[in-house]
Design a protein around this ligand. Structure first.
Ligand code: R5P
Length: 283
């Protein structure tokens, strides 16, 4: 089995290969003079694992080209961060179901697909091949257990992340709770007032994605007003759009941590082991 990746998931792919105890295949990426992508990979093997997050259109094209280059092999596709997965409803006539469009594109040339904490598991039904989501709740729990927190509380910013927070807290053996969020615009949310026992406690907000950071900033303001000693956040996918990382730190968030599904300087834990376990279970 050979593991290959797009430029977007090189470090994670190395972790996956190490955990699977198999080789990494080299790929060279360049562009044609008109900007189109070109890639050339080492000779494929019978079984291939293709790793590529899709944070933008260039990543999408690279991943499609890589899948095509693996033609003739038995391919497992790992899309650690599946972009467009949050656009899983049509709100107005004439809109695409973007999550479905992306899932359909990745249903060709591969025999199975793995995602990591996909925003909503219903998206998996849009793939035309077997699709499975891997959760990093236990990885986050283990990461947090190694940190020096005082009387910590794990908090989900909304209903949708409550189960995830409970799984993280289950690994640490810490208390957990959740807030109620109403999204007003793309980067503005309202958090319903809720009294929490946070005085002099370290609060860790866990979520699948930090995008603009609006959810986190609004939650942290409420927690600060209630006397929390510190507010940190650990997410799976650090999208960190529009300068979110620095804005969050400037607002007093103690630490922002994400996994390497999107490779960032604040990727402090890896999805590689969980992905390898998922693949092993399915081969
Ligand atoms: C939404 O339901 C997600 O779970 C995240 O809470 C959301 O994507 C975070 O977005 P932002 O950082 O822009 O508030």
């Amino acid at each position: 089995m050979l593991v290959v990746s797009t430029e977007y998931s090189q470090i994670l792919a190395a972790h996956v290969a190490h955990a699977l105890d198999c080789r990494l295949g080299g790929v060279r990426f360049t562009r044609f003079p008109d900007g189109e992508h070109y890639l050339r990979m080492d000779s494929p093997e019978k079984e291939m694992v293709i790793v590529g997050s899709v944070p933008d259109a260039d990543a999408l094209v690279q991943l499609l080209l890589l899948i095509d280059a693996c033609e003739g092999s038995e391919c497992t596709l790992v899309v650690p961060y599946l972009g467009y997965a949050r656009q899983d409803k049509k709100f107005n006539p004439g809109e695409p179901l973007s999550a479905r469009a992306i899932a359909r594109v990745f249903s060709h040339g591969v025999s199975r697909v793995f995602t990591v904490n996909v925003h909503d598991r219903r998206v998996l039904t849009h793939f035309g091949v077997s699709a499975q989501d891997i959760s990093l709740a236990a990885e986050i729990g283990r990461y947090l257990s190694s940190q020096p927190f005082t009387n910590p509380l794990i908090l989900a910013p909304d209903d949708g992340a409550a189960e995830f927070a409970s799984q993280v807290a289950g690994t640490c053996g810490w208390q957990h709770d959740h807030l109620e969020k109403v999204r007003i615009t793309g980067d503005e949310v309202r958090i319903e007032p809720k009294h929490l026992e946070v005085k002099d406690r370290d609060v860790v907000i866990v979520d699948d994605i930090i995008s603009t950071g609006g959810t986190l900033a609004t939650s942290a303001a409420m927690l600060g007003a209630q006397g929390a000693k510190s507010v940190s956040s650990v997410c799976v996918h650090g999208v960190l759009a529009e300068g979110a990382y620095i804005r969050l730190l400037a607002k007093g968030i103690r630490e922002v941590t994400c996994s390497d599904t999107l490779e960032r300087a604040c990727s402090r834990y890896t999805a590689g082991t969980a992905i390898a376990e998922g693949i092993r279970g399915n081969f």
